[in-house]
Design a protein around this ligand. Structure first.
Ligand code: HEM
Length: 476
């Protein structure tokens, strides 16, 4: 161990602590915290790791540029053409440039602005039509939300939308979903470059590796095709149609040969950026909606309160809008509680130290992986009363009229690398939640198995497949 490094459980040679993680590492870390404290260390193969479990430590660490690196895993670099590019796994200057540009441009195309409403309304209208066909029948919600959410993103980025049952859209969803929810067994190769090499050589033997490589290649081609279409119809002086157009315009005006927007490098960053937006934006938002439907099916009283607020503030004759949001604290509290309870991205995305840093008296060497245990901050019994209970009222003042903030609610992480799509996700969650619970009531399938909050744990926590039944509140 490096000198003055946080303490942690002893591991084995070669693999370090990898064998101790279990199927739910976020919970294992909560147990280790009892023995080793809020900040403890691990070893994953040759990587030094520190785990942060307290929201204050996570906030302080991630406010520093020194902790804004990402792991230098070879498979991740291969995914973006041999070096870090795009948004999620990019680092240093290229990341700063790409992130700043994506944030600004997407804000102009919807993030936090009115136009997000128009785009999301199209999806909500189709979703409501589809849901109405299933009234009274058992159905799985996850895939339906996926299509709507991915479509909204696709519209902002590429200017087009698909019908929710379009095979192209369904195919894209399948490939994106598997990249986020693939088993932990596959991610072990991240830590062992030699195993990754071997796996590549034995691609024919490892079916999942083959499938994953093909899926990344297909997604890449799909995105490249869309970029090429834009390039061939791009008009320099016309108003940009979408995110890709703004990006192409930025490339046109870049003359600095070292910029991440310059010519070929710009194009490479664009394709990875597009993939990153879809990978990060679609599955997360739709899984949050799945959690919400499941939790509200289990808590009919909270669902009734939610519907009552929507009926009182918006009525039943028009769709809710972002302007209604400040008058709907219960709706906000429900969304907050769904995000807290599900802690859907339990360990965020690993950060790494870009240089040697001193943090809270510890010396953290360059290259150390930093894991923020977001699950712990949002289920910490020291912060939350009865953390395992679903109770939206915890985010309200005593008279239930005002929303109350809690600093430990950090489902989007915090600091320099805070989720780039946070505003969009929050707007979408508000619009989907208020529109769908204005119209529908959701409950367990009376003839199905007992509903539980069990989930499948990968990078994202996804509720186990389950059926729900919808009822239409508005007779036509
Ligand atoms: C409920 C929905 C969402 C949740 C809970 C969520 C959560 C997260 C978390 C925990 C991270 C990791 C932050 C870190 O490394 O510390 C992240 C990163 C990211 N998210 Fe989200 N996200 C959501 C929706 C979205 C949407 C809709 C988009 C885009 C349109 C998006 C784009 C991104 C990107 C690009 C990153 C990487 C940022 C970077 O590394 O600089 N996310 N998100």
């Amino acid at each position: 161990k490096p000198p003055n490094f946080p303490a942690g459980p002893a591991g084995l040679p070669i693999i370090g602590n990898l064998h101790q993680l279990g199927s739910e590492p976020h919970k294992t870390f909560m147990k280790m915290r009892e023995q080793y404290g809020d900040i403890f260390s691990l070893k994953f193969a040759s990587y030094n790791v520190i785990v942060l479990n307290n929201y204050k430590d996570i906030k302080d660490a991630f406010a520093e540029n020194a902790f804004s690196g990402r792991a230098d895993f070879k498979p991740l670099k291969d995914r973006s053409g041999g070096m870090p590019r795009g948004l999620i796994f990019n680092v240093e200057r290229s990341w700063t440039e790409q992130r700043r540009f994506a944030l600004k441009s997407l804000r102009d195309f919807g993030f936090g602005k009115k136009s997000v409403e128009t785009i999301v309304y199209d999806e909500i209208t189709e979703l409501i039509d589809n849901f109405r066909k299933t009234i009274g029948k058992p159905m799985q919600t996850q895939n339906k939300f996926n299509a709507a959410v991915l479509n909204a993103l696709w519209t902002m980025v590429t200017g087009n939308r698909y019908s929710h049952d379009d095979p192209m859209l369904q195919d894209l969803i399948k490939r994106l979903t598997s990249s986020v929810t693939q088993s932990r067994a596959a991610s072990v190769v991240l830590f062992f470059p030699w195993l990754y090499q071997l796996r590549n050589k034995l691609t024919m033997v490892f079916a999942y590796a083959k499938e994953r490589q093909e899926s990344i290649a297909k997604n890449m081609n799909f995105v490249k095709g869309t970029v090429e279409d834009h390039q061939s119809t791009f008009q320099k002086d016309a108003a940009p149609r979408d995110f890709i157009d703004v990006y192409l315009a930025e490339m046109e005006k870049t003359s600095d040969t070292t910029s991440s927007f310059y010519k070929e490098e710009g194009l490479k960053n664009l394709t990875v950026t597009l993939l990153d937006l879809f990978v990060a934006g679609a599955e997360t938002t739709s899984t949050t909606l799945s959690w919400e439907f499941l939790l509200l099916a289990l808590h009919a009283d909270k669902q009734e309160k939610l519907h009552e607020e929507i009926k009182r503030v918006v009525g039943l004759s028009r769709l809710p809008s972002l302007n209604d949001r400040p008058s709907m604290p219960y709706t906000e509290a429900v969304i907050n509680e769904v995000m807290r309870f599900s802690a859907m991205v339990p360990l965020a995305v690993f950060h790494s130290a870009l240089e040697d840093v001193t943090f809270k008296g510890y010396q953290i060497p360059k290259g150390t992986l930093v894991i923020p245990n977001l699950f712990c901050t949002m289920h910490d019994p020291k912060v939350w009363t009865d953390p395992e209970t679903f109770r939206p009222e915890r985010f309200l003042s005593e008279d239930e009229k005002t929303l109350v903030k809690n600093e430990a609610l950090i489902p989007f992480s915090t600091g320099k690398r805070i989720c780039l799509g946070m505003t969009l996700a929050q707007d979408e969650l508000f619009l989907f939640t208020s529109s769908l619970f204005q119209r529908f009531k959701v409950g367990p399938d009376p003839n199905g198995e007992k509903l539980t909050v069990d989930y499948h744990a990968a990078s994202v926590l996804v509720p186990k497949p389950h059926n729900l039944v919808l009822y239409d509140r508005i007779e036509e």
